[in-house]
Ligand binder design. Sequence first.
Ligand SMILES: Nc1ncnc2c1ncn2[C@@H]1O[C@H](COP(=O)(O)OP(=O)(O)OP(=O)(O)O)[C@@H](O)[C@H]1O
Ligand SMILES: [Mg+2]
Length: 534
Amino acid sequence: MTRALIVDDRQDNLYLLRALLQARGWEVEEAADGAAALEQARRVAPDIVVSDLLMPVMDGYTLLRHWQADEALRGIPFVVYTATYTEPQDERLALDLGAAAFAIKPQEPDHLAALLDGVLANRPAAPAAGPPAAPADEGQLRQYSEVLVRKLEKRTAQLEEANRRLEADLAARREAEQALRKSETDLRLAQARANIGSWELDLAQGTITASDEMRRLIGRGAAAGPLPLAELAAVLHPADRWAVEAGGVWSLREPRAGRQQVRVRHGDGATTWIECRAETEFDAAGTPVRVSGTAQDVTERQFLMERLADSNDQLRALAARMDRLREEESSRLSRELHDELGQALAGLKLDLATLHTRLGAVEPGLAERVRSMQSQIDEMVRTTRDIARRLRPRVLDDLGVLPAIEAQAAEICRRMGARYELVSDVDNEALVEPALATAVFRVVQEALTNIARHAGATRVDIAVQRQSDLLTVEVRDNGKGMADPPAPGRATLGLLGMQERAAAIGGQVTVEGFPGKGTVVTLRVPLPRQMEAV
Ligand SMILES: Nc1ncnc2c1ncn2[C@@H]1O[C@H](COP(=O)(O)OP(=O)(O)OP(=O)(O)O)[C@@H](O)[C@H]1O
Ligand SMILES: [Mg+2]
């Protein structure tokens, strides 16, 4: 059986070689460097040695020299198998030193096997006897040292190159770290400047990791490390806790970005408003994996919004008061015009009738003048009534809102040549309260005026209905249909007036246009309790 000694400092190389040679039925011995190989070979001589060159303790060239110098070993073929020494000079030196063959790693198993077989077949029949080979001559030593120096230079160059790359890597990493630190600082400054903090919720631990600014916003500037959720809940206004909890529960159920405004109570007794935005990320299985978001101090904005709402309320109250005063004034003027001026004119007309009778036979010319004065007074009475009615229909005060609506609809529809119908399941007496009656009438009046001016309708339907304590008044026309209802707040004066009047009695008006089909104006008002009894 062929005994092979394989020499290599790398375990994986030894393993591969051993596998290859044992598969051929050889017996295999191993050594990890030249010195060990020499010792082993002197104990039990192999039939062939396959050796690496670059090895610690004793390299392959030195082993080869000792091999050749040893009378017992010299005849045993020495095969060099190297991955590092690959140049022609390297091979020449090995062969000059007495190597039987020189192979560069890695070799195909078949090639290597054929090479070893060839070496074994060509080995001298008997070990070369005679004096030990002359120690390596000077030429060979120079050659050897040249190979080593070249190798060293190549290695050094490789190391330098590796070093350069490492340094470049390090510099890039330092730069990246610096950039990271800078962007962290930038982020912190930006958060501080914009009063925006950021946070991330650890779902497993039930803790919140908050940025510096976030900690400041919730009055936990001094605290370090993640905050337990309970601690966060403790700084919230009690009335806002449930909203945060509910928002949290929702955000874990479905992917959606949430936004909430909550109050934070600070140690010094102050309360601030913060607006929190949160976003939940889910994994492919739909399990929430990360909840994170921002928070912003919106105390100032909240304060301004409250002031704006207050001043809106005040303006609305003022407008309602002006309206009431105007209605009262109109009502008074209307009554005076009707009662006093009307009475005076009626008296004047009566006197003129007497005068006309008296003058009739005596002064026919004067009698004619008196007649003309009479008809002028008739005209004045009509005008006065008209003005009085326009100021405020007496029928509203005298008979109530339903007859007033009926009269208004009759007049407007007569003028525009449309039919109308008024249906009501509400008692007129249920709507006597002056503010309610006036508002309902004025809203219907504006709706009717709009129909006359804009709709081109041939039919108008007015329905007054009551469902428990909600009064609904609907004015529907079959005209061209209001194009685009103006957005709330951008309404023109007529629509705005309707809204305001409705708001003054706690109700609201909606306007829906159906192009080509008509428009529906609906007033909804909650009826006061005492009226329900009627
Ligand atoms: N019944 C309707 N059919 C069609 N368009 C309508 C109807 N009612 C209102 N509009 C449209 O809505 C607009 C707003 O109505 P609004 O009553 O606010 O203003 P206006 O009637 O034009 O002026 P005013 O301030 O004198 O009432 C009208 O200009 C008109 O274009
Ligand atoms: Mg109008």
